[in-house]
Unconditional design. Structure first.
Ligand SMILES: [Zn+2]
Length: 125
């Protein structure tokens, strides 16, 4: 039984266009000079963020913002954290491939990734 309506077709076409746009966006931003950061919590991917886009990223766990990562001038810097030691806040801003900021108490790791290829290598378990 086929029940593909005209609206379904439009919906699928829109999805394909969005997927293509996202793919083009990520392949264009990912290949140039390094640069995005991968944020993981307890080994699980939280998100990836381009170092070219100035942004403030609240890292939330269980509805609580535990760390705030700021990306500015191509550097990623942990500006706020609720951990007791604040070691992550005191770490230098990072910009080069494989540099990391680690917040041990919150199990948050921020790592600079370069090309997609090397990125997949280093996240492989
Ligand atoms: Zn910390």
């Amino acid at each position: 039984m086929r029940r593909v309506s005209r609206n379904d077709m439009i919906f699928m076409a829109v999805l394909v266009v969005i997927a293509a746009a996202v793919f083009v966006f990520f392949s264009a931003t990912g290949k140039e000079s390094g640069a995005y950061v991968l944020v993981t919590i307890d080994g699980e991917t939280y998100g990836t963020y381009s170092l070219k886009t100035e942004q403030e990223i609240p890292i939330t766990q269980d509805g609580v913002t535990t760390n705030v990562l700021v990306i500015r001038d191509g550097f990623a810097d942990m500006t706020e954290a609720d951990c007791p030691d604040k070691l992550c806040v005191h770490q230098r801003a990072i910009s080069k491939n494989n540099e990391t900021i680690v917040c041990l108490p919150n199990r948050v790791v921020v790592q600079v990734m370069g090309s997609e290829e090397s990125g997949f290598d280093s996240i492989a378990k």
